[in-house]
Design a protein around this ligand. Structure first.
Ligand SMILES: Nc1ncnc2c1ncn2[C@@H]1O[C@H](COP(=O)(O)OP(=O)(O)OP(=O)(O)O)[C@@H](O)[C@H]1O
Length: 288
């Protein structure tokens, strides 16, 4: 049994405009995610990657098919059971600022999942875990009293990651977690995610449209095209022997990508300690 099992999932959205056509965003998607592995989902804009990420977490209802997490059919859970299950399945969004409540302090934002999932924890214990989590994601304790708008994009994404890990999930959907960030910050955030994965043994579904990123972060890659998974393969195999014509197109586009970006990911792949320099507990945060 795999940690996550997605079987023949369909999702159609109603037309956005009157007279428009419904959008068949997922057309019978099936995939497996194992404990502690990173499965990347790649494909061009509109291919259904984000819809898949939300469907896997049951943040949206699907029309057909099943999603099983650790042997439980998520579609068969009551809303209360699903809420309890959410402690073990979290998401980090592409736009950190939009995903953080601008009126809440960072401390309150990071504490929220704990308060929901462990309602009996005392204020002192919550504060202790919040500070420990901020430290773990490379932010100084002083940010706890600040608002999201006072932080840089990189720091905001660290908050988004802190909020996601505080309930110790076994699985996270990372929905383009670095694509809104400056190139120089991306490698640092990717390194942090890699460290956290090693430390906590989490599995990741890493949504991206960027072949460079997935080349470095993923164990396997699922390629999406128009709502279907057209190919799934171990990362190196997909790069050396792409099986589907669409994958070949994506790979040839990658060769012409921005060389500065390539450099950032090479740094990430070569030495993760380099990328976290300056983000040691206590010293952190100010450079983003
Ligand atoms: N809430 C919604 N209502 C209507 N259509 C939607 C909704 N959400 C997504 N879609 C449509 O479903 C299709 C798949 O969207 P999705 O966001 O999953 O693609 P994506 O591969 O993640 O794209 P991107 O890389 O641009 O985020 C698109 O045509 C999109 O317009």
């Amino acid at each position: 049994m795999s940690l996550v099992e997605v079987d023949a999932v369909h999702k159609t959205f109603p037309p956005r405009r009157r007279g428009g056509n419904p959008v068949h965003a997922l057309r019978g998607v099936s995939l497996r995610i194992e404990e502690a592995e990173t499965l990347a989902v790649i494909g061009e804009s509109g291919s259904g990657k984000s819809t898949l990420g939300r469907a896997v977490l049951r943040l949206l209802d699907v029309d057909q098919g099943t999603v099983t997490f650790a042997g439980k059919d998520l579609g068969a859970l009551s809303p209360q059971e699903l809420r309890a299950q959410r402690a073990t399945m979290q998401i980090v969004f592409q736009e950190p600022y939009e995903s953080l409540n601008p009126r809440l302090s960072i401390g309150a934002i990071v504490a929220e999942p704990l308060e929901i999932h462990n309602p009996r924890l005392g204020t002192k214990e919550i504060r202790r875990q919040v500070l420990e989590t901020l430290d773990r994601v490379g932010l100084p304790a002083t940010v706890a009293n600040r608002l999201p708008g006072e932080l840089s994009g990189g720091q905001q994404q660290r908050v988004g990651i802190g909020r996601a890990i505080i309930s110790r999930p076994r699985f996270m959907v990372l929905d383009e977690p670095t694509s809104s960030l400056d190139l120089s910050i991306r490698a640092q955030i990717l390194a942090l995610l890699a460290e956290l994965q090693q430390e906590y043994g989490m599995a990741y579904l890493f949504v991206s449209h960027d072949m460079h990123t997935v080349e470095w972060v993923s164990d396997r890659i699922a390629v999406m095209y128009l709502g279907e998974v057209v190919e799934t393969a171990p990362t190196q195999q997909l790069f050396s022997a792409p099986g589907h014509a669409y994958t070949q197109t994506l790979l040839s586009a990658r060769l012409s990508a921005d060389p500065r970006e390539r450099h950032a990911y090479k740094a990430f792949a070569g030495d993760t300690s380099v990328t976290t320099a300056g983000f040691r507990p206590g010293a952190a945060g100010g450079q983003e």
